[in-house]
Each structure stands twice: as structure tokens, then as C-alpha cells.
Design a protein around this ligand. Structure first.
Ligand SMILES: Nc1nc2c(c(=O)[nH]1)N=C([C@H](O)[C@H](O)COP(=O)(O)OP(=O)(O)OP(=O)(O)O)CN2
Ligand SMILES: [Zn+2]
Length: 129
């Protein structure tokens, strides 16, 4: 079946520590996180900002996490204080958190992939088939 994939990449700055980690990552430190989100669908949609069915998903909707934490995003937050119970602050679980929260704002049939990087050499990717 024909399909579209859109991909957007953005960054946010945040502090974290990994709970009970034996090493420096167990102390509070910061990263400029890079997030790459792909949305895949065979059907185009309207968005919160556009009334016509011309998008897989609006880039603005996909990029919610780059907003300031006081405006509903993750920028300039302490992740350990912001992520709900059940999520830890590894790149793996930040990717799942962004996936879960983004999925809620999109039509159910859109597939998502979310990748998160703390440093240029390491990525964690989450999807749910
Ligand atoms: N699988 C994971 N391993 C680690 C995570 C993670 O989220 N998932 N996170 C950390 C720490 O947060 C740490 O800040 C990052 O670790 P690391 O990549 O080792 O950081 P460096 O700055 O040392 O990276 P270099 O590329 O080696 O300079 C640890 N592990
Ligand atoms: Zn870290």
C-alpha cells in the first residue's frame, strides 16, 4: 500500500540523573537532547493548525517536546521531576515517553518511531508495532 513518512528532528536542553546508577551518570548533569520523530501513514490528515487533510502529521504537533517545560514541553526541565512515575530518564525511556505523549495527539492509524540521543554517538529508538 502506498504510504508517506515524515521525519522531523529537534533538540531540547534538560538535566537528569539515572536513578541508582553506579558512575557519573548517577549525578545530576545536562544534555542537549536530539529527538528524531518519524510518522508513517497511508492517509493524510488535517491538523490542529491546518483544516485540510494534507499532512501525515503536523511538524508543529510532532515537535511539542522542544517547547519550554512551562509551556508543556521538556526544554529547560529536570527530567527526573517531570517524567511521570513509571518512566526513568534513560534515552530509551525518554523516547518511550515522547512516543506515548505524541501518539495521544494523533489519529490512531499513524505509526510513530521516536529516537533520542544524549550525545552525538548514541541513540535509542522506540516504536510499537
Ligand atoms: N543505554 C543507555 N546507556 C546509558 C544512558 C542511556 O540513556 N541509555 N545514559 C547514560 C548517561 O546519561 C550519560 O550521560 C551518557 O553516557 P555516555 O554516552 O557514556 O556519555 P559520554 O559523554 O561519556 O559519551 P562519549 O560519547 O563517550 O563522550 C549512560 N549510559
Ligand atoms: Zn546523561
Amino acid at each position: 500500500m502506498p504510504k508517506w513518512t515524515v521525519t522531523t528532528e529537534f533538540t531540547f536542553n534538560a538535566a537528569h540523573w539515572i536513578r541508582d546508577y553506579d558512575g557519573p551518570c548517577g549525578r545530576m548533569h545536562g544534555h542537549t537532547y536530539t529527538v528524531r520523530i518519524s510518522a508513517i501513514t497511508s492517509q493524510l490528515h488535517a491538523s490542529e493548525f491546518c483544516p485540510h487533510p494534507v499532512m501525515v502529521a503536523d511538524f508543529r504537533t510532532l515537535k511539542w517536546a522542544k517547547k519550554d517545560v512551562l509551556k508543556g514541553g521538556l526544554d529547560h526541565c529536570v527530567l527526573n521531576e517531570v517524567l511521570p512515575e513509571g518512566y526513568e530518564t534513560t534515552a530509551e525511556m525518554i523516547a518511550k515517553y515522547i512516543y506515548d505523549k505524541t501518539k495521544k495527539d494523533l489519529p490512531a492509524e499513524i505509526k510513530l518511531k521516536v529516537a533520542v540521543s544524549e550525545t552525538p554517538n548514541s541513540w535509542a529508538e522506540y516504536e510499537d508495532d
